[in-house]
Write a protein that binds this ligand. Structure first.
Ligand SMILES: Cc1ncc(COP(=O)(O)O)c(C=O)c1O
Length: 383
């Protein structure tokens, strides 16, 4: 099979073989329902509780604070809607560059009478702490949610001061740490939040598992009611194999984070140096960013077109456009930081992983060079 070079790790990561090995017995002979009171059930329960411990350990939390979900989207929805259902209708403050699985629940809450305000980012795409604190003071929000790292730009938000200010005002505070997890050391307690979202498939675990790490003082209404699994906060027979895989991915992460980060950082530098030489503009270089994410543009070349050409040439990267409609919309994160829509339409995201090699990045740079030259020639002819 034709296997393009994979440079889209912020979308999802390949399953680690060691994770698959841990999962396979639970997809084959170890078939128990974790609520069953026999040997199969007990084995499934033990495996889930061990995974819970491993997830907590990697996230700087206590095992009893981990609620397993189907992924990051569900965990974000659970915190936002679950908390909103437990407190009086009020104001929800969220970051200006949140993922749709925070923005959309916000819209649903708006329809129920909540006021939703966005916390601005600065020109580099990072949370503006001063403006954020002023908004917290003025709005006295019930809930605040700000992502730790942005999926498109890779910007790491300095969330601590705003979260502390909001807590002091009595808000329940949450961070979507889906993109930060696996790319920087993460400590739930040090971040000073009540809730934190994680997803397994961004850390070489399976798609379909995630967690909400939750301070036990938070009163939360479940989104899914039923058999009372996960401390009655998320009913449904547990996806044992996926949870085991999530736990194993966390265990590997705890052991290998420093090496992975150093490797990705080296590739990131190589890549960014190379694309700058080709005349690309790099977004958010003035902010602290993830060690694997580059968001760039070649002025005048549509991101979608470049992504398509690179795909045909054997490289999988992403455009910074939301393509849920016929006309791709420019990246909302770029627009929020004041980038002109014409330039935002040119954005391309390249996200490396811990298995990406130097040779792959070098090949990418050489194919990118040819592709950009070809497209520039075509544009020149068209004009
Ligand atoms: C920042 C962020 N939050 C949440 C999610 C959703 O996670 P999941 O795919 O596990 O639902 C993603 C996935 O792209 C993401 O990048």
């Amino acid at each position: 099979m034709f296997a393009p070079v994979y440079l889209d790790h912020n979308a999802t990561t390949p399953l680690d073989d060691r994770v698959l090995d841990a999962m396979l017995p639970f997809l084959r002979e170890r078939c128990g329902n974790a609520s069953s009171r026999h040997e199969y059930g007990r084995a499934a329960r033990d495996a889930i509780e061990r995974a819970r411990y491993l997830v907590a350990d990697a996230a700087g939390a206590h095992a009893t604070e981990v609620i397993f979900t189907s992924g990051g989207s569900e965990a974000n929805n659970l915190f936002l809607k679950g908390v909103a259902a437990s407190i009086p209708v009020g104001t929800l403050l969220m970051g200006a560059t949140e993922h749709p699985c925070v923005v959309q629940p916000g819209k649903q809450l708006q329809a129920l009478g909540w006021r939703v305000c966005r916390l601005p980012v600065d020109v580099h795409g990072a949370l503006d702490t001063g403006a954020g604190l002023r908004l917290v003071e003025a709005e006295r929000p019930g809930i605040v949610s700000v992502m730790l790292a942005n999926n498109e730009t890779g910007v790491i938000n300095p969330i601590k001061a705003v979260m502390l200010g909001a807590r002091q005002q009595g808000a329940w505070v949450h961070t979507d740490a889906v993109q930060a997890f696996g790319k920087l050391p993460l400590n739930f307690r040090e971040l000073g939040v009540h809730g934190m979202t994680l997803s397994a498939h961004k850390i070489y675990g399976p798609i379909g598992a995630g967690a909400l790490v939750l301070d036990k003082r938070v009163d939360l209404q479940p989104l899914i009611a039923g058999g009372g699994q996960e401390r009655e906060l998320r009913s449904g027979t547990e996806n044992v194999a996926a949870i085991v895989g999530f736990g194993r991915a966390c265990e590997l992460l705890s052991d290998e984070l420093a090496q992975r980060v150093a490797h990705m950082q080296a590739l990131h530098s190589l890549l960014e140096h190379g694309v700058m030489q080709l005349g690309a503009e790099l977004f958010c270089v003035g902010a602290t960013r993830l060690p694997n994410t580059s968001f760039l543009a070649f002025r005048g070349l549509e991101g979608e077109t470049l992504v398509g050409k690179l795909d045909r040439a054997g490289f999988a990267v992403a455009s910074g456009a939301a393509c849920s409609s016929a006309t791709p919309l420019p990246s909302a994160s770029l627009l929020a930081m004041g980038v002109a829509p014409e330039l935002a339409r040119c954005a391309v995201r390249v996200s490396v992983g811990y298995k990406t090699s130097v040779a792959e990045v070098e090949r990418f740079l050489s194919v990118l060079k040819e592709t950009v030259q070809d497209l520039r020639q075509l544009t020149a002819v068209a004009v």
